[in-house]
Design a protein around this ligand. Structure first.
Ligand code: ARG
Length: 258
């Protein structure tokens, strides 16, 4: 009887242990270096951070990720998806890192690990050039397009605006240009980049709605990997590389507050 009890206890401990390790889907730096590659989840509908050019993913975050991967001595394998699949895929351990102009929020920090922020963005309001909306207050009672799963969506919902959410950022933009909505709320640099494609038909309002510190995201428990990323990032900030990358894309670099 005693032996049975002991065995049961041992079995229980083993199961608990398994369950506990299964809880953390994060990879270590060693796992990544052994595999020789980083699997990067991204939604490339977000210029100048990530977008498609002739089937290739390009942008500020791609350049940063390339340099980090080089420092870690691994290759990059990009996996493309809509933004609302990036964080769930990273959290479940399906992908090693999320790269999508991801804003660190308290809510997201409960389910994912983040690097230190490397850029400070905000949300902007985009309207048609002939719109009577000129500031945030004018949005009352208007319909706003946002991308599903973004901070723009949660901000607009929490503030009681009438929201139409689109899985693809380009569809949110088209909702504005086709007259389905009165305004489109999106991250400031993306607003500028995508508005520029409209040849003056749309304008980006000056009023910033939120502050959005961007970082790369990982499954909980990716400690050594996050540490390695942070080290690489701080080197790239310190030697001016990050600022140079932003300059290449014509974006003024805004360092996040420490
Ligand atoms: N910064 C916003 C957020 O984290 C929007 C990100 C959208 N990214 C994209 N690649 N479409 O929610």
């Amino acid at each position: 009887m005693k032996l049975v009890k002991k065995l049961t206890a041992a079995a229980l401990a083993a199961t608990l242990c398994l369950a506990l390790t299964a809880c953390s889907d994060g990879k270590s730096l060693e796992d990544i270096q052994e595999a020789g590659k980083l699997v990067v989840a991204t939604s490339p509908d977000f210029p100048p951070f990530e977008s498609l050019e002739g089937g290739e993913i390009v942008g500020i975050e791609v350049d940063i990720m390339d340099l980090i991967a080089e420092k870690l001595g691994v290759e990059i394998q990009f996996e493309q998806m809509d933004f609302d699949s990036v964080l769930p895929g990273v959290q479940s351990g399906k992908f090693d890192v999320g790269m999508s102009g991801i804003t660190i929020t308290e809510k997201r920090q409960k389910n994912a690990d983040f690097t230190d922020p490397y850029f400070l963005a905000s949300q902007s309001i985009v309207v048609m050039a002939d719109s009577d909306i000129t500031c945030k207050d004018d949005l009352e009672g208007k319909t706003i397009a946002v991308q599903t799963g973004t901070t723009a969506e949660s901000y607009c919902m929490e503030n009681g605006y009438e929201v139409l959410a689109y899985q693809a950022n380009n569809d949110a933009a088209s909702a504005l240009t086709s007259g389905k909505v009165d305004a489109w709320v999106v991250d400031n640099e993306v607003a500028v980049a995508l508005s520029a494609e409209q040849n003056g038909a749309t304008v980006v309002l000056d009023e910033a709605m939120t502050t959005e510190p961007y970082a790369f995201a990982f499954a909980k428990g990716s400690d050594t990997l996050v540490e390695a990323f942070n080290e690489a990032l701080s080197e790239l900030v310190a030697d001016g590389t990050i600022e140079e990358i932003f300059e290449t894309y014509g974006v003024p670099y805004v360092a996040p507050e420490a």
